[in-house]
Design a protein around this ligand. Structure first.
Ligand code: HEC
Length: 120
């Protein structure tokens, strides 16, 4: 018979996922970052590479990794940018709802890499 796991054990098993994550494997995302990724796949991926290191479908559009690793970019500067839709490039002829902006920013900052090198 299976014994139900003690809550502390379940918690230990969950937290154990974090250090076990191998280099190159996607890091576990927070719920808002996960929503941001889902939204980006649906709404941004037509032009931008929204995950990983592949090139963007639209060569003019920087990858989300490149955006996330722009010097000085934080969740807050990205939210500011996404709120100011009048500053968008002409190709981005849309506005993004505030809740989605928070999710997108939470997702984008997960793409920051200490060892990021722009490929120019
Ligand atoms: C129709 C194509 C298209 C779609 C869809 C699109 N983008 Fe863009 N985006 C571009 C292009 C092209 C650029 C670069 C324009 C430039 O450098 O002048 C850009 C630039 C950006 C930048 C600015 C990078 C910088 O250099 O400051 C951000 C941030 C960004 N996009 C976020 C998003 C997000 C978030 C979404 C989805 C909600 C999205 N984009 C959807 C085409 C698109």
């Amino acid at each position: 018979m299976l014994k139900p796991l003690a809550p502390a054990l379940v918690l230990a098993a969950l937290t154990a996922c974090v250090p076990a994550h191998s280099p190159g494997a996607p890091a576990p995302l927070s719920p808002s970052a996960q929503r941001g990724l889902t939204f980006a796949r649906a709404n941004c991926a037509g032009c931008h590479a929204v995950e990983g290191s592949a090139a963007s479908p639209n060569a003019e559009a920087p990858t989300f990794v490149a955006i996330a690793n722009m010097p000085g970019l934080t969740g807050e500067t990205l939210r500011q940018y996404l709120r100011d839709s009048h500053n968008y490039p002409a190709a981005m002829n849309f506005t993004v709802e505030p809740a989605q902006i928070d999710d997108l920013a939470d997702y984008a900052v997960t793409l920051k890499r200490a060892d990021y090198k722009p490929d120019i």
